[in-house]
Design a protein around this ligand. Structure first.
Ligand code: HEM
Length: 288
């Protein structure tokens, strides 16, 4: 048995360093994602006890960390960090589009903006799932990745605006009617819950638990993927880059063992916290 284990580990180790590896996410993109998911987990872990302050677990959590005042303090702290990261991302998009005149940000194969191919891929994917057609071949971003991106983007605007309106209510009261200030609490609370449910169920399943990626897709942590993965998961992108003769420009070193281990620890911790929060949300919501 140990021999078999050793042999399997040996093969895994070999396949990790063997063959060609390609860059998918830059260091800046990985850092943005890291800030996004840590602050989001923090906002969810502090927002939920406020939302379900009548639950036993919320009260126990609050008394463990020094009361609801502490929870609100950390909620605002995570909110400020997330807002800064979001503003840097938006500034970066406009700089690339308007200053560097980079093509393809708002339209085309590498853009996050949905196009006709995404609609066809969605229909084709559903047909494939029930055995009615071939599996669609994806470009740089699949339709569900674009959906996740825009869900977070618009969610940030709605949750952020309503959050700041509650935080600085006397200032917003100068130009918003009274009912709107009541509405922002409902909007923030419901949109927050929706975001938590979406990220901790659909996003986790889509990204990490699909048969293609199970048990976890490491690329957002390590930044690189093997040629095999690249060809298999994003066939159209691979073929496009190859036909442009640009594959070599994307070559990268394979991930170091410590990077893979670190990614596993961080990734599984995030998924575990997310799942605990998801269960707490559902139990509190349905009043168990
Ligand atoms: C820029 C981002 C955000 C800001 C400025 C913000 C601000 C706030 C403020 C000021 C409160 C009220 C605290 C109080 O009672 O004094 C609050 C509550 C809350 N926030 Fe946020 N927040 C932000 C993002 C988020 C996110 C991303 C989530 C979800 C993951 C979230 C979930 C909640 C929840 C569930 C509540 C409790 C609402 C209730 O009592 O029903 N917030 N937030």
């Amino acid at each position: 048995m140990p021999d078999l284990e050793q042999a399997t580990n040996g093969t895994k180790e070999q396949s990790r360093t063997e063959g060609r590896w390609f860059m998918r996410f830059t260091r800046a993109q990985r850092t943005l994602h890291a800030v996004l998911f840590t602050t989001f987990l923090g906002l969810a872990a502090t927002g939920l006890p406020m939302r379900f302050s009548q639950s036993a677990w919320a009260r126990r959590f609050a008394s463990g960390v020094g009361g609801f005042g502490t929870i609100i303090f950390f909620h605002k702290l995570f909110a400020v960090v997330l807002t800064i990261a979001f503003l840097i991302h938006v500034k970066d998009l406009f700089t690339r589009a308007l200053v560097h005149r980079e093509k393809g940000i708002f339209w085309g194969a590498t853009s996050m903006v949905a196009n006709w191919k995404d609609v066809k891929d969605l229909v084709g994917h559903l047909r494939w799932m029930v055995g009615l057609g071939p599996k669609p071949q994806f470009e740089r971003y699949a339709y569900w990745e674009k959906f996740d991106y825009w869900a977070v983007f618009w969610g940030m605007i709605v949750i952020g605006f309503s959050g700041y309106a509650m935080w600085f209510a006397p200032f917003f009261a100068r130009f918003l009617p009274g009912w709107a200030l009541n509405a922002v609490l409902v909007i923030h609370s419901e949109e927050g819950l929706l975001a938590i449910l979406f990220i901790f169920s659909i996003h986790f399943v889509n990204t990490h638990l699909r048969p293609d990626s199970f048990p976890m897709d490491m690329v957002i942590f390590t930044g690189v993927e093997s040629e095999e993965e690249f060809k298999h998961k994003r066939t159209e992108e691979y073929e496009r880059v190859a036909s442009q003769g640009k594959l070599e420009t994307r070559l990268a070193a394979p991930p170091q063992q410590w990077q893979v281990n670190f990614a596993r620890v961080i990734g599984f911790t995030a998924i575990l916290i997310g799942l605990v929060l998801l269960v707490l949300t559902l139990t509190a919501y349905f009043g168990y």
